[in-house]
Design a protein around this ligand. Structure first.
Ligand code: B12
Length: 318
């Protein structure tokens, strides 16, 4: 069996050249406690309107029906926080989450991992390698945590002690057996409850999210014509990460930011962000056609815009 240290040290230069800031390897297995928590989460209906979530539980928890039996997982992370984001926010009357201001991360992560996947296939021609960026219904945070990319925090996101939490995750599942001796990163949330206290919809209790209450879910996953208050957010929400000291103090102080041009704000955010509020269908497709929010349809976008405008009006009245 190959040792993870051996593979990592050999592939590290290529992984970094591809543009990944974090990487690690773990066994392809979801620990029992996580399986239990995920099942309870669904049983309690905490997945809100994401009816798709409970559909593939065998694949999600046991990797069944994948076409091969994965033995190991290579987990990769890439930062997405644009250094200009805070400045842009000052010029917008509404809010738009960091993860959605640039190019669709699903496409970017797939594209940048290609040289690595090709190299793995060339090096181990008798083994399978399958990459997922949300596309495979597997719990990426759990796998990335097991691979040492971060600890799973009270706001449920993965945080790295040096880089914070503004990073995307992608996993490569493989039937190549790799021996791993990872010591997972220690939970450093301590007694802090900043994320829980700041969430205006009370979606968080420590280490657990009620997705049905989360603003990100309202704006992106709820297709109903009416949604509850989104507090000015048109796409996604960053509140629980923005207030996190690991982003706010640690990562910011060190100037941790994305090196990838694709995740920097598209020009409309720099030139005239408020013009987004007036986009018609054609404009929406033009501006956001290759963004992560293109999954949100135009009707949802208009609904979110109207709600954000209402929030701005109310704020101005008080
Ligand atoms: C469904 C989903 C959502 C849902 C649910 C969020 C969630 N926390 O799961 C919604 C739409 C709300 C969402 C929002 C966001 N998402 Co999202 N999302 C996913 C997706 C597709 C699946 C995650 C999942 O399986 N959730 C199921 C629940 C059960 O998992 P969990 O909350 O982590 O629960 C664990 C613990 O909390 C704990 N737990 C659960 N219940 C209980 C109960 C008790 C008592 C205890 C002790 C523990 C416990 O055990 C669980 C298993 O370890 C992943 C991609 C993937 N394939 O994994 C991306 C992903 C998690 N999202 C991501 C991002 C970036 C976001 C947003 C920041 C986007 C935005 N700006 O709006 C927000 C963040 C909101 C938040 N605080 O989580 C990134 C996170 C990267 C990172 N550094 O962690 C991922 C990994 C996508 C990616 N490929 O990069 N997302």
């Amino acid at each position: 069996m190959i040792e993870s240290k051996e593979i990592i040290s050999e592939l590290a230069p290529l992984i970094e050249e591809c543009g990944f800031d974090l990487y690690g390897i773990c066994e392809a297995a979801i620990p029992e406690e996580d399986q239990k928590n995920i099942l309870t989460w669904v049983k309690d209906g905490k997945h809100g309107k994401m009816d798709w979530y409970p559909k593939n539980m065998d694949l999600r928890l046991q990797f069944s029906n994948l076409g091969f039996e994965p033995k190991s997982v290579i987990a990769l992370g890439t930062l997405y926080n644009d250094p200009e984001y805070d400045g842009i926010c000052k010029t917008m009357s509404f809010r738009f989450s960091r993860y959605a201001i640039g190019e669709d991360y699903h496409l970017v992560l797939r594209r940048i991992a290609k040289p690595l996947v090709s190299e793995l296939k060339k090096k181990f021609p008798n083994h399978r390698f399958r990459q997922g960026v949300d596309s495979l219904p597997v719990p990426e945070k759990v796998l990335a945590r097991e691979a040492g990319l971060g600890w799973q925090a009270k706001n449920t996101n993965l945080i790295h002690p040096e880089l914070g939490s503004f990073f995307f995750i992608t996993v490569i599942l493989t039937d190549l057996p790799i021996s791993v001796a990872n010591v997972p990163l220690k939970d450093r949330c301590g007694t802090c409850t900043a994320c829980i206290d700041a969430c205006p919809t009370n979606a968080l209790t420590p280490y657990r999210i009620d997705a049905g209450k989360c603003i990100s879910h309202h704006t992106l996953e709820d297709h109903s014509p009416k949604i509850s208050n989104s507090f000015g957010w048109i796409a996604g929400c960053d509140i629980c990460q923005d207030v996190c000291p690991w982003n706010q103090v640690k990562a910011r102080k060190k100037g941790i930011q994305t090196k990838r041009e694709e995740f920097r704000a598209r020009s409309v955010f720099k030139e005239n962000p408020n013009s987004i509020l007036d986009l018609d269908k054609e404009g929406f497709d033009r501006v956001f056609g290759d963004s992560a929010i293109s999954r949100m349809n135009f009707e949802m976008f208009r609904r979110n815009v109207e709600l954000a405008k209402e929030w701005v009006r109310k704020k101005e009245t008080f």
